[in-house]
Design a binder for this molecule. Structure first.
Ligand code: F6R
Length: 363
């Protein structure tokens, strides 16, 4: 049942304020403490985190690396499961291995998990399907409470994965005493504010549709972001190529002049994801390099950012002001909607893109 939407993907995008609210309710106590299912985990016993996944779930892991390192000061390694499993990396003592999978059945991710058995101090998973193989084979499975995801391109599972991963990073920070009580409370209230901000972001649908109509003419699209926006740029590019079949690539903004800038000309739209944060000026200067070469910039930022840097851009999309740490969860929405409306404008099969399967149970 598409609930009145044209596609499951549209329905699942629209459900995000609700499912993120569910995920939060399942992990946050009334006092704002983070409660994990039993047997919990004490991050004082952990020196290192290894995060492994495929596709969109891998981008959730890349985002989580910034959180765990910045908030909880734990060194983090992130890898795609198909590389990890055959590289057979050494797993130092006191490593927590964490596997992220919507389906819980992805063959490479499951094999990577099995490789860590008997080596890692603890095996955790972040899954949408609690009775899945990956959930069953981990010491502790953290459900994301997204509800069934039908669209092949992952949307609500991604933002729920992010939400649970951020809560886990906050739990790690609180165990390890790396965040002040005030800062911790700040993060928790930012998380609690997300559903409302997401509803505001979803109201930008019209602006998104207009921009998407123009994007649908492009042959190549680039995505740029810095810091927490870099993994999200990767996810935005993946979404766009999966369902619209437009060639899309993402780079860390700072990498632009190390190669990809050679691609820029008047035919190439460049989606820049940049909330007005401490890295904003840097990203804007990369964006200006794009504009100087006639690249068409789609700037996704907040009102302050658009006021400061929106002049001369090809299109802009306004997001509400948001706490820096939760920004990738909110900015996932315009990334998804741009891909969705571009695919609709092109007339592709949004829910069943060619060559793709919802669950990749063979390698
Ligand atoms: C992208 C997408 C895929 C999956 C990947 C992992 O929209 O859906 O990239 O994220 O196949 O799947 P799970 O999370 O089930 O392990």
């Amino acid at each position: 049942d598409k609930g009145g939407h044209k596609h499951f993907m549209a329905k699942e995008i629209a459900e995000q304020p609700t499912v993120i609210g569910n995920a939060l309710a399942n992990y946050l106590t009334a006092e704002g403490h983070i409660a994990l299912p039993d047997p919990g985990v004490d991050f004082n016993d952990i020196d290192r985190l290894t995060l492994v996944a495929c596709g969109t779930a891998y981008y959730a892991c890349l985002t989580a690396k910034y959180w765990f390192e910045q908030i909880a000061r734990i060194p983090v390694e992130v890898d795609v499961a198909s590389e990890f499993r055959y590289r057979e990396p050494p797993i130092p003592d006191r490593t927590l291995a964490l596997f992220v999978s919507q389906s819980g059945e992805t063959a490479d991710t499951l094999a990577a998990l099995r490789y860590c058995e008997g080596k890692a101090a603890r095996i955790l998973s972040v899954v949408n399907v609690p009775e899945s193989s990956i959930a069953r084979e981990s010491d502790l499975a953290l459900p994301i409470h997204a509800g069934i995801e039908v669209g092949v391109a992952s949307t609500k599972a991604f933002t729920c994965q992010l939400t649970v991963l951020l809560m886990l990073a906050l739990k790690a920070a609180s165990d390890r005493g790396t965040l002040s009580a005030d800062a911790l409370a700040d993060h928790v209230s930012a998380l609690r504010g997300l559903p409302a901000l997401m509803s505001v972001a979803l109201e930008q649908n019209g602006a998104m549709q207009n921009t998407a109509r123009r994007l649908s003419e492009a042959r190549d699209v680039l995505f740029l972001g810095r810091g927490l926006m870099y993994p999200l740029a990767l996810e935005g590019a993946l979404k766009l190529k999966e369902i619209s079949y437009i060639h899309a690539e993402a780079y860390a903004s700072g990498e632009l002049k190390h190669g990809p800038i050679a691609l820029i000309d008047k035919h190439v739209p460049v989606v820049v994801m940049a909330p007005r944060d401490v890295l904003f000026e840097k990203t804007v200067s990369n964006m200006q390099e794009v504009m100087a070469r006639k690249g068409k910039v789609v700037l996704i930022s907040d009102s302050e950012g658009l006021k400061e840097a929106g002049e001369g851009v090809w299109a802009s999309i306004e997001m509400p002001q948001v706490h820096n740490a939760v920004a990738p969860i909110l900015y996932a929405l315009p990334a998804q909607l741009l891909a969705y409306h571009t695919a609709v404008a092109k007339g592709t099969d949004v829910d069943q893109p060619r060559n793709l399967a919802k669950s990749v149970t063979v390698e």
